[in-house]
Write a protein that binds this ligand. Structure first.
Ligand code: HSE
Length: 310
């Protein structure tokens, strides 16, 4: 096999209490990454439809490829063509979408037989190019799909759950410019230590969210979407944050959170009870209350990186 085309989906990390631990893959928003193996040594990057760096070590996909080629002493080279579908800098795991697609694609193309945790480690090494920090949640969501829990401590543990059938997702993305290295800035505002009561709240909420996904209980998933540590510190980075939450919940959302490091917001909807369009409209009004326009996406939790064709 000389060429592969991979879909790397967008993702939404944290989901309230699961900072750097939880993510979902988002259905319908993705990067398309085509990788062609060539005799000529070196990695060449072509970027379509986006202003992202094409220098190999500054490009999230390029960095992943270069780490893989180095570690496995691959004597050939490759051209990576990236067609961005995930907007960069809006909390939808844009860099992770590309990084995951490259790791996934090279694993297949070079027949590396990487384990899930090795795949994750390579994909996360690409995040450093854009975020300046290696965190695993977005890449885990993008690679494996569904609702993903990742724990990177003594060992790398990854568990993912399929989404309940009637769980709808609304994403609202504000039409505001975002700074380069935005994730780094959104991490700089976080507290260095937290009161025990907040830690207990988040631990209980996060545990409950995992239990709720295991049971497929949509309303419980939504109730568990509650964070007393990270979101309060980041609220001021999302124009209209409090109104968006209030209005989305009033419209029937079962839970609302900042998507990743923001500024997009994500809401969960029990489609058996509530129309997702109503919640999406409420989120739009929430941004509008702060004088900001927004793009609304109504979708579902999606699957992980996949091959488009060979
Ligand atoms: N967990 C990361 C953060 C996700 O919130 O900083 C970034 O998309």
């Amino acid at each position: 096999m000389q060429k592969i085309v991979v879909k790397g989906p967008a993702s939404s990390a944290n989901l309230g209490p699961g900072f750097d631990t939880f993510a979902i893959a988002i259905d319908g928003i993705y990067d398309l990454v085509s990788i062609t193996l060539e005799k000529q040594k070196g990695i060449r990057i072509k970027v379509k439809r986006a202003k992202i760096p094409s220098e190999v070590r500054e490009n999230t996909g390029g960095l992943v490829a270069s780490n893989i080629f180095e570690e496995f002493k691959i004597s050939e080279g490759c051209t990576i063509e990236i067609q961005k579908g995930v907007p960069a800098g809006y909390g939808l795991g844009s860099s992770a979408a590309t990084a995951s697609a490259v790791a996934y694609g090279l694993n297949k193309l070079l027949d590396l037989k990487l384990s899930n945790s090795e795949l994750l480690r390579f994909a996360a090494s690409g995040e450093v190019a854009s975020a300046g920090v290696g965190h695993y949640d977005n890449v885990a969501g993008s690679l494996f799909g569904g609702f993903v829990v990742v724990r990177s401590a003594e060992s790398m543990d990854i568990v993912n759950f399929a989404a309940p059938k009637n769980l709808g997702i609304c994403i609202a993305t504000p039409k505001i410019p975002t700074p380069p290295k935005k994730t780094g800035q959104a991490r700089a505002v976080l507290p260095k230590s937290v009161p025990l009561a907040y830690m207990i709240h988040n631990l209980a909420s996060a545990s409950m969210m995992v239990a709720a996904f295991a049971k497929g209980d949509i309303d419980l998933i939504g109730r568990a979407m509650s964070d007393k540590i990270v979101e309060p510190a980041r609220a001021s980075l999302v124009p209209g944050y409090h109104e968006i939450r209030r209005m989305a919940l009033k419209a029937g959302a079962c839970g609302v959170a900042i998507s990743g490091a923001g500024p997009s917001m994500v809401a969960f909807v029990n489609l058996k009870k509530v129309k997702a369009a109503k919640v999406a409209e409420a989120m739009k009004k929430g941004f509008a209350s702060a004088g900001v326009g927004s793009e609304i996406i109504i979708t579902k939790i999606g699957k992980g990186a996949s091959v488009l064709n060979r």
